[in-house]
Design a protein around this ligand. Structure first.
Ligand code: 5GP
Length: 164
């Protein structure tokens, strides 16, 4: 039986606090946090409070499957952050998990030419990730259930609200 990594809301609370402590212990004081929607929004919000950073930005990255392509590649969707907002800044990129690392690589590369420093904070990092994150709460090679995506979306049907 394949074991899953189950992150509860409760555990996320302490995980994000510990992640913030790693950043602070390293002496890194970010000017802004760049979250990767959607999972990274939770991490960025928690780190924003824990590190007293109010300057939060969002980047939307989704995997695109080309019609005749074997490989999925991540693409940026709107809102794309304004480069002017990032220029010469110390940026902390926040996401839920680095799996292949392709998402974080895209974001890092987007920042690289403009920012003073870019570092990545994730709750989980998997061993195959091409991006080695500076701040990681836990390493795993399992599939992770996140509290924000483990339940199906809620839908309304004939006046009743249901789990899809
Ligand atoms: P990447 O492969 O680019 O590092 O990760 C892309 C995205 O795949 C992640 O941001 C996340 O949304 C999703 N993902 C990768 N591994 C897992 C996992 O173990 N559990 C869940 N729920 N999503 C994952």
């Amino acid at each position: 039986a394949e074991e899953r990594e189950n992150l509860t809301w409760e555990l996320f609370g302490s995980a994000s606090r510990e992640l913030a402590r790693e950043v602070a212990a390293d002496g890194f004081v970010p000017d802004l946090i760049l979250s990767i929607a959607r999972g990274g929004l939770f991490v960025a919000g928690a780190l924003g409070y824990a590190l007293d950073v109010k300057n939060l930005h969002v980047m939307n990255v989704e995997f695109y499957t080309g019609v005749d392509q074997r490989l999925d590649l991540p693409v940026m969707l709107p809102p794309v952050p304004n480069v002017v907002d990032l220029t010469h800044k110390k940026v902390l990129v926040a996401d839920d998990v680095a799996d292949t690392g392709a998402t974080l690589k895209l974001v890092r590369d987007f920042c690289a030419d403009h920012v003073a420093d870019v570092r990545c904070a994730v709750v989980y990092e998997k061993p195959a990730s091409t991006v080695k994150c500076e701040y990681v709460w836990k390493r795993t090679d399992r599939w992770i259930n996140f509290p924000w995506s483990v339940l199906p979306p809620v839908v309304e049907r004939a006046g009743q609200v249901l789990d899809a």
